[in-house]
Design a protein around this ligand. Sequence first.
Ligand SMILES: Nc1ncnc2c1ncn2[C@@H]1O[C@H](COP(=O)(O)OP(=O)(O)O)[C@@H](O)[C@H]1O
Ligand SMILES: [Mg+2]
Length: 221
Amino acid sequence: MKTYVNRDQLNRLTPQIIQRGNYASPEISVYLTDGNKWAVKDCSGMQPFLKQIIGRRYQNREISIYKRLEGVEGVPSFKGIIDQDAFAVEFIEGETLSRKLAPELLNKALDNLEKIINAIHERGVVHLDLKQKRNVLVKASGEVAVIDFQSSLFFSQSPLGRLIISLLKGRDKAGLVKFKAKYAPSILTPEEKRKYKRDLILSRFWPFSHLGRFVRQIFKN
Ligand SMILES: Nc1ncnc2c1ncn2[C@@H]1O[C@H](COP(=O)(O)OP(=O)(O)O)[C@@H](O)[C@H]1O
Ligand SMILES: [Mg+2]
């Protein structure tokens, strides 16, 4: 297990909190260590029961996915486990997708995102939360990083694993198509346009998407 900094050492550094945690969600902070910036996800402040059944479980899943994706361009590198409540990955200087970004930058970013999604799938991982633009960070160069693998799943290269991946890939691609439709509609292919329209109709009638939004809202507040 790769650990560069333990909790005591971490406590001596001054973090910049980028997302405050609460009883049901982890805190995310940036730490500067030896000139490198780390993003640390820390569920130690969660309500103990929720920490046990959600916080640590999700974080362990995220850690295992980061390890499987080591070396994939566009995925922050894994920096280490702090303790059972926290882990660190490379901090990415970037911003979320938005119409404020220059059109050329958006086109490059979306093109890059498609490559990253394919590379992630090649490793047997499906992200499954790519409809949230906060999980995609755009660097000044137009390159992209995908973060937040807590809902992701890994499947082996067995025939069954490959079958499941091929069924779930569409969900990640639907996130990409949604971003293209929103931020760069001119680059949508006719097939993507059809998929986007179908997806819009399906999500209107899919009760879990409303439920998911409702649950996220409760936990974020
Ligand atoms: N490695 C990172 N580099 C830069 N910012 C990050 C990184 N990890 C998280 N963040 C910031 O923290 C936010 C929340 O992190 P995320 O892992 O998506 O947690 P959550 O499960 O709360 O969505 C992100 O939207 C992003 O702004
Ligand atoms: Mg997120």
